[in-house]
Ligand binder design. Structure first.
Ligand SMILES: *[C@@H]1O[C@H](CO)[C@@H](O)[C@H](O)[C@H]1NC(C)=O
Ligand SMILES: *[C@@H]1O[C@H](CO)[C@@H](O)[C@H](O)[C@H]1NC(C)=O
Length: 566
């Protein structure tokens, strides 16, 4: 009986799994044997005197790279990575650290000298300003004025009159991690901050969990009375929130987190936090759960049990970028629409530790915004249904959605929309790698587009970079898979200058062209000629190479031997 039904079920399952509907569009995947992952490329790099804690770049006429290590902030030239300047940032009693002695902290100054580990490094490109915040001096920040490819002047953002262990508006960075997005609004500079806290960190000179602080025009600290949300005292040691990535658009600032699914729970998942750029209060604070899944294809024989959907729960890294024309078309997006690409890993149950099983999902920002809008509408409309909780009980008391607002009445009470809320339904997307990334732990992701293609550059815990063409419904096409380091994972901080990406592995910054590291890893002529044109690969005697590397006949058209006339 069941067997005779299967021809009927097949087209149905094709209908429901849109990605199966056009398998003929997927280009042939090259055999893995036609790419050699052991080829070593000699890539431009800079080796710092210690492990790199933060890296940020400033593109433009004078491209610069800022590299932070313990007690030093280094400025490199953006194209050749030569070192231009090294500023001492610690220890705090060092006579070399002029920025340390500048801070007038009064009784807030720690008694013991401290080393400065870098925690936050952000460039405000409009203003030619670099902000850095470290582990020393209560987590305060410095404002560095950039002039002529140099840090010309550094100001200490701390006002001794205004800070105490109980209320410290100039204490910004947390030893457990802090993310910063800077927003300039009508000439005022705002810090949108998210910090991990526990009872010790929140207990004195607290950075708060999420806050918006306005920089004083005098540039020596932040204004009083800033708004914040902080994990309530009773949950500080049992409900850690890890902040992994931040970005902004014109209207919103976003943070990505990994946290427990619920208070008192043991399973972790990932969320996006959204705040309005136009608001200093936390009223428009919203959270949405992001899920990255792998849904195995349904078997044709309906008698077989359905394989379970796999969830990749731990966000590892993320990058927001527009996509190439072909993927934009597949996703129904306009070319300028931004997409959040997020690399996830699976954890063991009840654990935050990622396993070596990864996935990549893409969340268009307009879809995230739509889900948040829909969730808020559900909370604030009078559709008769079960009463909904606002959620976020680690930040605020239990509260119900009002469920009695009639939105058709002109001038209805909008106050329901102005309360921090967790949207009740998660937004899920499907893994681009179709569950194939086994034995691999992604640690970074950066996305570029070239010739209409969308290229994912994925860093791994083994110090490798995988460059793939991302296509909806087809397995990603691998362009290259090469090593940057045998000893260190690729760091989450990836930055771009012109046509180069900068990756960090341990002490090292490596420059890799967006077109790939080279062509030598492509072993067969037919694959070499089928490589996307932007890679610049062609066949040279008996190897794949870029034209400049080839002595002799090089071509992108034919694998047959070239007949030269005698
Ligand atoms: C800074 O403090 C450390 C530890 O107390 C000490 O060993 C070092 O000599 C001090 N350096 C200066 C320049 O005072
Ligand atoms: C909402 O208000 C409109 C206009 O006053 C009214 O017609 C409608 O019946 C109300 N809906 C509910 C569910 O109360």
């Amino acid at each position: 009986m069941m067997g005779s039904l299967s021809p009927l079920l097949l087209p149905l399952s094709l209908l429901f799994h849109g990605h199966l509907a056009y398998p003929w569009k997927c280009p042939d995947e090259p055999r893995s044997s036609s790419l050699d992952p052991t080829v070593r490329y000699d890539l431009p790099n800079y080796v710092a005197p210690g492990p790199i804690q933060n890296l940020i770049s400033k593109d433009g006429q004078e491209p610069l790279v800022f590299v932070a290590i313990t007690n030093h902030l280094q400025v490199l030239h953006g194209s050749d990575l030569r070192i231009l300047q090294s500023v001492t940032t610690g220890p705090t009693n060092s006579s070399q650290c002029s920025q340390c002695s500048q801070c007038k902290m009064g009784s807030a100054r720690p008694d013991q000298p401290e080393d400065t580990e870098s925690r936050v490094l952000v460039v405000d490109t409009e203003e030619d300003i670099l902000y850095s915040c470290g582990s020393s001096l209560r987590g305060l920040c410095f404002l560095h004025q950039l002039t002529g490819a140099k840090i010309a002047d550094s100001k200490c953002l701390f006002n001794k009159m205004e800070n105490s262990p109980l209320l410290c508006r100039d204490c910004v960075s947390s030893p457990l991690g802090t993310l910063l997005t800077v927003v300039t609004n009508r000439h005022a500079v705002y810090f949108f901050l998210a910090s991990s806290v526990d009872s010790r960190v929140a207990g004195s000179y607290s950075p708060a969990s999420v806050s918006v602080r306005r920089l004083l025009y005098t540039e020596d600290g932040f204004t009083e009375g800033f708004q914040s949300l902080t994990v309530l005292p009773q949950f500080r040691d049992s409900y850690p929130i890890r902040y992994l990535h931040t970005f902004r658009t014109e209207y919103f600032v976003y943070f990505l987190t990994v946290q427990l699914e619920e208070l008192g729970g043991t399973a972790y998942h990932s969320r996006v936090v959204r705040l309005s750029t136009k608001e200093e209060e936390m009223r428009s604070y919203q959270e949405l759960v992001l899920e990255c899944r792998f849904e195995p294809k349904r078997r044709r024989r309906s008698a077989e049990p359905l394989t379970q959907t796999e969830n990749f729960n731990i966000l590892q890294a993320a990058h927001v970028a527009p996509v190439g024309d072909s993927l934009a078309g597949e996703l129904g997006l306009n070319p300028e629409d931004l997409v959040l690409f997020a690399a996830f890993a699976q954890s063991d149950p009840q654990s935050i530790r990622p396993r070596r099983r990864s996935a990549l999902c893409a969340f268009p920002l307009n879809l995230i915004n739509k889900f948040i809008r829909r969730g808020m509408k559900k909370c604030c409309s009078n559709v008769r249904s079960v009463r909904r909780l606002r959620g976020l009980h680690y930040f605020q008391p239990e509260m119900y959605c009002p469920n009695n607002v009639n939105m058709s009445v002109p001038g209805y009470d909008r106050s329901c929309w102005n309360v921090p809320t967790l949207v009740d339904l998660p937004l899920y997307r499907v893994d681009y790698f179709n569950g194939h990334m086994d034995g691999v732990l992604f640690t970074s992701v950066y996305v570029t587009s070239q010739e209409g293609l969308t290229i994912g550059h994925l860093g791994t815990s083994d110090g490798r970079v995988l460059q793939v063409v991302l296509q909806r419904g087809c397995n990603p096409l691998t362009l290259s898979n090469f090593s940057l380091s045998d000893t260190h994972p690729v760091s989450r901080d990836v930055t771009r200058i012109g046509d180069n990406l900068l990756f960090v592995t341990g002490n090292k910054v490596t420059q890799v062209s967006v077109t790939g590291p080279g062509c030598r890893h492509i072993l067969t002529c037919s694959h070499c000629l089928r490589a996307p044109r932007f890679m610049g690969c062609g066949w040279c005697k008996n190897g794949c190479s870029r034209q400049g590397e080839c002595q002799g006949a090089w071509n992108q058209h034919s694998c047959s031997p070239i007949i030269t006339e005698v």
